[in-house]
Design a protein around this ligand. Structure first.
Ligand SMILES: *Cc1c(COP(=O)(O)O)cnc(C)c1O
Length: 353
């Protein structure tokens, strides 16, 4: 045994590290990134703005100005408070840290893998509740599982990743109403979805809403936010590392997130492209495309592994799933701007001849 193997907490050796595939020189359609960078008409002003950041000083620990910018952008009511994270991943981890050792985290399956990963990091148990064949919540089974297992924390991605659909709203309300767990509604895709649970925070003391700016054009800035009642956020805030949002992220987000009109317009382009891609992909008899309220599409294929590697050979990276996954015969494709979507469609057309 090596030194580190002897030294390390034994369960960590069995954790598989989060895998990020090689994407050099590939058209990246695997991670729900936005194709739109800093708008060209704002570039110069943006650089002048971040040049003023005093990198020799610690950033504002409270990120006060940035919170106000986020409040306006996402229309967060004044009665709610925010907790900012270095990506929403950090906030998922922070929520796990707030649990007692051995507590249970529950979510649905298939859903966002980070929920299970952070439960392992934090010495918690994890259990997923299987979604039905349409990837929706089976309410009576779910309520029964939640009542018998008594989780401390329930993560619900709304809309869900990697399936793309938004679960039944009333089913979620019923779950929030019946459980003693803290329910985290992860709205990473809020900009592409019809509904939100934001306003429900005032109705349920066990509800918080998680959002991120990663899927609306700013994945590189690493900024997520947890929205909850003032009382809830004040307690959870004690677990946040003091300067977790660095000064360049604060300055950049402060500037770029003020362009609400541009952000909304980009989301609109992607929502329209989602509809077009859905229709065009549905023409292939070998593919079954699932309805989406996100900026990606989940697609069932006749042979997903083969299509996935053929697309890479043609310079396009989409998300594939491992052979032992229940989604092994699916691919997940980020919706991009027209020129990139057309490249994808052409490559698929060539593949099926
Ligand atoms: C992408 C994603 C996140 C992670 O967001 P970051 O802010 O980039 O860490 C969280 N939840 C879901 C459901 C996601 O799809």
């Amino acid at each position: 045994m090596t030194f580190i193997e002897k030294w390390l907490r034994s369960d960590i050796k069995n954790i598989n590290a989060y895998h990020v595939p090689e994407s050099k020189n590939l058209l990246k359609l695997d991670a729900m990134e936005s194709p739109f960078g800093v708008p060209s008409n704002l570039k110069e002003e943006f650089l002048e703005y971040i040049a003023k950041a005093e990198v020799n000083r610690y950033p504002d620990a409270a990120s006060a100005q940035l919170k106000e910018t986020l409040r306006v952008l996402m229309e967060i009511p004044g009665e709610f408070e925010m907790l900012l994270g270095n990506g929403s991943d950090e906030l998922i981890q922070l929520l796990a840290l707030a649990c007692n050792e051995g507590d249970l985290i529950m979510s649905f399956e298939p859903s966002f893998v980070m929920y299970e990963m952070v439960s392992k990091y934090a010495h918690l148990r994890y259990q997923g509740i299987k979604l039905d064949s349409n990837f929706d919540i089976n309410l009576s089974e779910s309520i029964e599982a939640i009542n018998s297992k008594k989780p401390k924390l329930i993560f619900i991605a709304y809309p869900n990743n990697p399936t793309g659909n938004a679960f039944d709203y009333d089913a979620i309300i019923e779950i929030i109403r019946t459980t003693d767990a803290l329910v985290v509604l992860d709205e990473a895709y809020y900009a592409y979805s019809d509904r939100s649970f934001l306003s429900e925070i005032s109705n349920f003391s066990n509800l918080v809403v998680l959002r991120t700016i990663s899927k609306i054009g700013f994945a590189g800035l690493r900024l997520g936010l947890l929205i909850g009642s003032k009382e809830t956020i004040a307690q959870l805030n004690k677990l946040r590392l003091p300067y977790n949002i660095n000064i360049l992220t604060q300055a950049s987000a402060n500037f770029l997130l003020q362009d609400k009109q541009g952000i909304v317009k980009n989301a609109e382009i992607l929502t329209n492209e989602r509809q077009r891609l859905f229709e065009e992909l549905s023409f292939f008899s070998q593919l079954k495309v699932f309805p989406s309220q996100t900026n990606f599409l989940l697609v069932h294929c006749d042979d997903a592994q083969s299509l996935h590697s053929s697309l890479i050979e043609n310079g396009i990276l989409v998300k594939g799933f491992s052979l032992d996954s229940e989604l092994s015969n699916f691919i997940r494709i980020s919706v991009s701007e027209p020129i990139e979507n057309n490249a994808l469609l052409a490559a698929i057309k060539e593949y099926y001849g």
